[in-house]
Design a protein around this ligand. Structure first.
Ligand SMILES: [Zn+2]
Length: 394
């Protein structure tokens, strides 16, 4: 079943094609209820602008198979940046989120917003130049941040591990440094969840990604869109109180999930055992090297995360639960599965796939690109622009 669309302008048809992956003219007629002629009229301006391309013959029903249409991902590029607590990646991507060129500016969010974002913007503009493209091809800039982001203003909202970033005007700063008017900012777990969803193909079941790096957060994707909640706080599960009173969390409270099961908590526990580690990334390196303490503590972290994930799964009934971030490993996965299955009814997990995230480090770049493309090619924006009323080409 292809999704239905509320409107029937060219922008709505484009959104339908983007969500479906590939559509034939007959499918568009069927879903929208428009006549063959009207569908042709709606498609014409989209094709004229190069936004559609031929996807080849579809299906085998005898006779000549109908031709499919798909969104043309080559009609421009996106500049994408995925900021983590201690690292940062930048990329030029096409409109489908395919990564064309990447960079790793040597900067950390700890340096504060101005210094960090200036380094990110310089890196993005350098990548664009190296790719042999100029700003006229750039549809927008996307930035993912390792903390809560207000979905309306794009400003970080009391991020516990990003000193100086609270309320900072990220969109305005990035726009002025790059000269690109469209800038989208989101939380990194959201961007990763959307990136994994995109790579799984169109029309997937609801997906939850739990990111376990220096902090813990979750991204929720339903019907191809990130669920933000009332203020962008949806999925911020790192500060759910557990039974463990122990260590003080970075948010100032005690007993938070992140204070026991996050990368920094595991790193502190490892250090106390005589295995020095300072961050989630250090734990990742130890896991990769087969350190038995790292594996044991990560599995234990997985059990605690599994306790919280049991509530998440019971509430949302996703089709996919992914574990991403620095600690994503077989040790973490087995800990999560152990508690999740024990704490839910079989019915709750019957259709659930619990897996490690598939595209790892690229997921946030792919996801934030999708958010930019969704914004630029939103039905209303495309309809307005094609009607000649908009501020210019999207
Ligand atoms: Zn906390």
């Amino acid at each position: 079943m292809k999704p239905s669309v509320p409107g029937t302008g060219p922008g709505d048809i484009l959104a339908l094609i983007r969500r479906s992956g590939v559509c034939t003219r007959a499918e568009i007629q069927q879903i929208t209820g428009l006549s063959r002629m009207t569908v042709g009229q709606r498609l014409a301006p989209l094709a004229e602008q190069g936004l559609l391309r031929d996807a080849g013959p579809q299906g085998r029903t005898g006779g000549r198979p109908p031709q499919g249409l798909e969104f043309n991902p080559g009609q421009g590029v996106v500049l994408a940046a995925a900021l983590e607590t201690t690292r940062c990646r930048t990329a030029v991507t096409d409109l489908a989120g395919r990564i064309l060129r990447t960079g790793e500016p040597q900067v950390s969010v700890q340096a504060g917003p101005r210094e960090t974002l200036d380094a990110v913007c310089s890196s993005l503009l350098r990548l664009l130049r190296d790719h042999g493209t100029d700003l006229s091809a750039v549809r927008g800039v996307g930035v993912s941040l390792p903390g809560p982001v207000d979905p309306v203003t794009g400003r970080p909202s009391e991020p516990p591990i990003m000193p100086g970033w609270d309320g900072f005007a990220v969109i305005e700063h990035v726009s002025s440094r790059t000269g690109v008017p469209v800038v989208v900012v989101d939380n990194d777990a959201n961007a990763m969840a959307l990136g994994e969803y995109v790579r799984r193909g169109p029309d997937g079941p609801p997906l939850v990604l739990i990111k376990v790096s220096t902090g813990i957060g979750a991204g929720i994707v339903i019907d191809g869109e990130v669920y933000q909640g009332v203020d962008g706080g949806a999925g911020d599960i790192g500060h759910v109180r557990t039974h463990h009173e122990g260590r003080m969390c970075r948010c100032g409270a005690r007993g938070c999930l992140a204070a026991t099961a996050s990368g920094w908590a595991v790193a502190e526990d490892l250090t106390a055992l005589g295995v020095p580690a300072a961050s989630g990334h250090d734990v990742q390196l130890l896991l990769a090297a087969g350190d038995p303490h790292a594996a044991r503590l990560t599995r234990e972290a997985g059990r605690l995360i599994g306790d919280v994930a049991a509530t998440v799964v019971s509430l949302l009934s996703p089709g996919t639960l992914l574990l991403g971030g620095d600690l994503a490993s077989t040790a973490l996965l087995s800990g999560v599965r152990e508690r999740l299955y024990r704490r839910t009814l079989p019915r709750a997990t019957r259709h659930l796939q619990v897996e490690l995230a598939a595209i790892g480090g690229d997921a946030a770049l792919v996801g934030i690109t999708r958010s930019v493309v969704d914004r630029v090619f939103a039905p209303a924006a495309v309809n307005e622009w094609l009607a000649g009323e908009g501020p210019g080409e999207p």
